[in-house]
Design a protein around this ligand. Structure first.
Ligand code: ADP
Ligand code: F6P
Length: 326
């Protein structure tokens, strides 16, 4: 089937670099002389027919912007057959032949279901700060989030060292510790608590004792939000103050600020490359694939694998972190 019109939308949690990817998809369509239409609010907008034709100029001045100009939404209707039927009817009415979805594994699962039911060509671009998608070394937004987190922890370090305090800093990562581990090494954290490896409360106390004994006056412990130690950061503060009264403990939960802000150069470049690859792949007749990057080369992974697979934590980086905290 000849593809004459491609739709692009963002879905699930926003991430820096999504706008750069939208821009790339729209401009690649213009370059290839294929019509392009944007869908607002993800699958919700698809069901409601919230479409807008896009040309090369529609995406001026967005490469540097965080968030997503197309908005994002969580849409329960799309989880139902009836909802997906409505979405299909809207796409057909608009004359859309294929779509590029920028989002996480939930959004990809929806795209795959839609393809199974309607044989509709779909390509995914991974956009999430968590970097938890199989089939790519980097998701859009991860690098930016790391830079944001490191910048903030640098500031926390100033006050931690001025008061000889211990800080528990909670970072995002619903199920994975990639942000915690990378930002932890980059910011020189004393300990890094991630879901992939449960340090245990005893070892945490031992580590903090050792740190004090080695002459350190302040410490930063990074905790991924999905960590499995069994206590949240506030409970950890109480626990450590009770068992190690030498420590004056404070807590900082970084929250959604990690998801915002201008994308880093790396994320802008990656988004631009992925957008081109996504449109080219559709025009070559490909479907059900996610664009990823590995060894700085773009690769395509079946969406079915991207959804099922799990990312692995970087063991070498964990070792580096251990050595740095000697
Ligand atoms: P992310 O894409 O960041 O993982 P979500 O998990 O919230 O975000 O998924 C985004 C949207 O994708 C959901 O609101 C829903 O519309 C759609 N979606 C997710 N899972 C499914 C599913 N199993 N079937 C159909 N649609 C789904
Ligand atoms: O998936 C990205 C992420 O930022 C997670 O780290 C976090 O748990 C989640 O989104 C929060 O999502 P929301 O507040 O949008 O529900």
């Amino acid at each position: 089937m000849e593809i004459k019109k491609i739709a692009v939308f963002t879905s699930g949690g926003d991430s820096p670099g999504m706008n750069a990817a939208i821009r790339s998809v729209v401009r690649t369509c213009a370059y290839m002389k294929v019509d392009c239409v944007a869908i607002y609010r993800g699958y919700q907008g698809m069901i409601e027919g919230d479409f807008k034709p896009m040309d090369a100029r529609s995406v001026n001045n967005i490469i540097n912007k965080g968030g997503t100009i197309l908005k994002s939404a969580r849409c329960d209707d799309f989880r139902t057959k009836e909802g997906r039927k409505k979405a299909y009817d809207q796409l057909k009415k608009e004359g859309v032949d294929a779509f590029v979805v920028i989002g996480g594994d939930g959004s990809f699962t929806g795209a795959l279901k839609f393809n199974e039911e309607y044989d509709f060509p779909v390509i995914g671009i991974p956009g999430t700060i968590d970097n938890d998608i199989f089939g790519t070394t980097f998701t859009l937004g991860f690098d930016t989030a790391l830079n944001t987190v490191v910048e903030v922890i640098d500031k926390i370090r100033d006050t931690a060292s001025s008061h000889n305090r211990l800080f528990f800093v909670e970072v995002m990562g619903r199920d994975v510790g990639h942000i915690a581990l990378n930002a932890g090494v980059g910011a020189g954290a004393e300990e890094i608590l991630i879901p992939e490896e449960n340090l245990g409360l005893e070892r945490l106390l031992e580590s903090l004792k050792r740190s004090k004994a080695s002459g350190k006056s302040s410490s930063i412990v990074i905790v991924a939000e999905g960590d499995k130690i069994g206590k949240n950061v506030f409970e950890l503060k109480e626990y450590v103050e009770e068992h190690l009264p030498i420590y004056d403990v404070r807590v900082s939960v970084l929250g959604h600020m990690q998801r915002g802000g201008a994308p880093s150069c790396y994320d802008r470049v990656l988004a631009s490359r992925m957008g081109v690859k996504a449109v080219e792949s559709l025009l070559e007749g490909k479907s059900n694939l996610m664009v990823g990057v590995q060894d700085n080369k773009l690769i395509l992974t079946p969406i079915s694998k991207a959804i099922k697979g799990h990312t692995k934590i970087d063991k070498e980086l964990m070792r580096v972190s251990d050595i740095m905290t000697v």
